[in-house]
Design a binder for this molecule. Structure first.
Ligand code: GDP
Length: 339
């Protein structure tokens, strides 16, 4: 009998308990217990729901700039300080201020806030393609990042986004060094209603798990295989070699369409240093920025995108299962400005 653990949306509110695979055959003894699989929120409506969680870090300066009409030296200094304090980074801050000056010089009637908004948006490249590469046959995606940034949570939330779009998803727990990480992913799999491939023992080969998941993905007709990876930075070279191998071995079945780096917005400029290391080791196609809720350092989005030239595709704005939203540059800039 063909193994078909996926439930399409609209098949009814409850599904069948998904199999948890031991990197081998599906368990014949899996209990056929109906579990409640929650209906995920449509991804398109999420950013507007969550936007208020972005701290309006630049709002005070904006009010000030508004009131004065013209921007005096003190206001420029203050804006610079605020941008740096929001982790926009020195280079991007300089670029923004210079750009604003040029805009205001060219058009003295221009509202300073409009000039700031335009500069912020320009750095974020609003026309960049932020969609996940999903067209065609099975799309493998590798998710990388340092421990604690919210990687496993993001894989679970992303699975929900994809399920909400009616895609068949398979998860791979390629962090084989922490059993807890695979357990956590399994819990997400059960919640979202998608199967999880994990190693049969702790310390197993992560690349073998990725390969097994890819093979199963092809066999079972998955639309997306999401590969969660390890993130111990203590042994940087070892980790990077391991990630390189995961990508190489998975590529034997099909090359990853996306390599997504998860960064924690609250770590500020540290995130940039991590990003450089990962970008060099595996090549990135997109960034997911987590914990943007409650961080006064939302400007890191600008710094990261400017530095890496890789678009921020999704943002995490809370711990809830549907608190991962496709990134909307305009909504984000308005959130920062408090407008
Ligand atoms: P990993 O070690 O990178 O896999 O990190 P985890 O996925 O285990 O997440 C670490 C912690 O960050 C957990 O407590 C998550 O609930 C929390 N977390 C993840 N994403 C977000 C987010 O967008 N906002 C907030 N507030 N917490 C988050």
């Amino acid at each position: 009998m063909r193994w078909n653990p996926w439930k399409r949306r609209g098949d009814g509110a409850s599904g069948t308990m998904p199999d948890v695979l031991e990197a081998g055959e599906p368990r014949a003894d899996a209990p056929d217990v109906p579990v409640q699989i929650e209906e995920p929120e449509a991804p398109t409506s999420r950013f507007s729901r969550l936007r208020h969680r972005i701290q309006a870090t630049l709002a005070m300066d904006v009010t000030e700039l508004f009131q004065r009409g013209t921007v005096d030296a003190e206001a420029w200094d203050r804006l610079e300080e605020t941008l740096l304090g929001a982790d926009v980074g020195a280079v991007a801050t300089e670029q923004i201020l210079a750009g604003m000056r040029a805009r205001l010089k060219a058009d003295s009637a221009l509202d300073p806030v409009a000039a700031l908004r335009a500069e912020l948006l320009q750095i974020l490249d609003p026309d960049a393609d932020r969609s996940l590469a999903l067209a065609g046959a099975m799309a493998p995606m590798v998710v990388v990042g340092v421990n604690g940034v919210g990687k496993t949570t993001t894989v679970g939330k992303l699975a929900r986004v994809l399920v909400a779009e009616d895609r068949r998803v398979l998860l791979a727990a390629a962090d084989t060094f922490r059993a807890a990480a695979a357990d956590q992913l399994e819990a997400w799999g059960a919640r979202v209603g998608v199967p999880v491939v994990r190693a049969d023992r702790e310390g197993g080969d992560p690349a073998a798990v990725a390969f097994e998941a890819m093979r199963r993905g092809v066999d079972e007709g998955a639309d997306v295989v999401l590969i969660d990876t390890a993130g111990r930075l203590q042994n940087k070279q070892g980790l990077m070699d391991e990630l390189g191998k995961v990508v190489r071995v998975a590529s034997k079945v099909a090359p990853p369409r996306e390599v997504l780096l998860v960064l924690d917005a609250t770590t500020g400029q540290n995130g940039l240093i991590q990003a450089r290391v990962f970008a060099e080791a595996v090549g990135l196609t997109g960034i997911v920025l987590t914990k943007l809720d409650g961080s006064a350092r939302g400007g890191i989005v600008l710094a990261v995108q400017r530095e890496l030239g890789v678009p921020v595709k999704y943002v995490g704005l809370g711990e809830g299962v549907d608190d991962l939203a496709p990134f909307d540059p305009e909504g984000f800039v308005d959130g920062l400005l408090g407008v």
